[in-house]
Design a protein around this ligand. Structure first.
Ligand SMILES: *Cc1c(COP(=O)(O)O)cnc(C)c1O
Length: 390
């Protein structure tokens, strides 16, 4: 049996009649830039997410960039970001001329907490950017309270987490602004690049609407220096067909996660959800730590990320799964504070213990919605087999 880490053609293939018809509609419409498909998707997304404004953009990366530009963040400013995340979170901060300041994270839920952020705040700090990593919301109450107390913007990097909730609230609806990605492997995957910006702030929405098209509402009149961050109508029309299925994709991801939990929880050395407190558990004898879903959080499992304890053990599991034709990946092997491109930052050389530990221990296994029960069982058996034979 083969179990790829990701397989996109079954999900899109199941909708091929509708997707083909939508392509034909855009082809015949002659409207290839902006227009009703974009405004339609924006209205549907703002309703889904429960926010006042949603703007379709060219990618998740550009969504983050546009928010930073819209907030006027630039040279001399600092933005606190987690080190354990995808590159774009911090890369965009540097691209607007500001300085990313890297925070550590919780080794259990993988997210940046108030206690990671607070000691890093200086008079230059303008914003904090929690990432809802792997599809689980960061602890928003404490982060929102901190941002409020210190007068900082809070940007939600929700690229991996559309549909995830925190105490019943959708990610991307809680902070100053939210950034989403429709990269094909995300919870709502397009057939190419695109993204979305959300906010409840009318003025910020207006500035970002201008910045998306070179900084002005009227063509050839420029109030600000913007760029081209537009989403294609073709992408919007395809996403409008997939959006009504998003909840079912999320349900399937959650069912797959539950399958792994049920199959592995009783194995010796496996740690699952801690019963006492969200992010504390006794890891002393642990060999394999399954991802936790914190209380009040709805995890959408864009990734199902294990921690394999013990020197060299993660790489041994990786090789074992590969030998069984099971796809897996390390998100992320090198924390951002250790990346070459950030070596000249003032914070270079700082130590972030949880982040550095996670880079050694994490391993993401197949979790995409269309996995069959036989495939899930095959992956779980391969992991059990590894645990029993060592
Ligand atoms: C995917 C991702 C992005 C960037 O999205 P793109 O659409 O690929 O540009 C940003 N942040 C995080 C955490 C991501 O996972």
């Amino acid at each position: 049996m083969q179990v790829p880490l990701l397989e996109l053609t079954s999900q899109n293939g199941a909708l091929s009649n509708e997707l083909n018809a939508a392509c034909a509609r855009v082809l015949a419409s002659g409207q290839y830039i902006m227009g009703p498909e974009i405004t339609g998707l924006e209205a549907e997304c703002s309703e889904w997410i429960g926010c006042k404004h949603a703007l379709g953009v060219s990618s998740g990366t550009d969504a983050i960039l546009l928010i930073l530009m819209g907030l006027g963040i630039g040279p001399g400013d600092e933005v606190i970001v987690p080190s354990f995340t995808f590159f774009a979170t911090a890369g965009c901060v540097s691209r607007v001329g500001a300085t990313p300041v890297f925070a550590d994270c919780c080794s259990r839920c993988f997210n940046m907490r108030r206690s990671d952020v607070e000691p890093l705040i200086t008079e230059r700090t303008k914003a904090i950017m929690p990432v809802h990593l792997f599809g689980q919301s960061a602890p928003m109450d404490e982060l929102l309270a901190l941002a409020e107390e210190r007068g900082l913007a809070l940007i939600e990097d929700a690229a991996q987490a559309i549909g995830s909730t925190y105490k019943g609230r959708q990610v991307g609806s809680m902070g100053t602004a939210g950034a989403f990605s429709f990269f094909p492997s995300k919870n709502l995957g397009g057939l190419g690049d695109s993204g979305l910006v959300t906010t409840n702030d009318d003025e910020l929405a207006d500035r970002m609407t201008k910045l998306r098209v070179h900084g002005g509402h009227a063509r050839y009149y420029h109030d600000m220096i913007g760029g081209n961050f537009r989403m294609d109508p073709l992408q919007a029309t395809l996403l409008r067909i997939k959006l009504p299925h998003l909840q079912s994709y999320i349900d399937r991801r959650r069912q797959n996660a539950a399958f792994y939990h049920d199959a592995l929880a009783a194995e010796p050395g496996v740690i699952t959800q801690s019963t006492s407190s969200d992010c504390e558990c006794n890891e002393a004898d642990a060999r394999l730590i399954l991802p936790v879903e914190s209380k009040g959080h709805l995890h959408t499992y864009n990734q199902f990320t294990l921690r394999v304890r013990g020197e060299g053990q993660r790489d041994a599991v990786f090789a074992h799964l590969q030998a069984h034709n099971i796809g897996c990946a390390i998100y992320y092997p090198v924390p951002l504070h250790q990346q070459k491109c950030f070596a000249n930052l003032p914070s270079a050389g700082s130590t972030l213990p949880h982040t550095e530990q996670l880079a050694q221990e994490v391993l993401s296994i197949p979790i995409y919605p269309e996995l069959g029960t036989d495939q899930l069982a095959f992956v779980a058996d391969a992991l059990k087999n590894f645990l029993q034979n060592k």
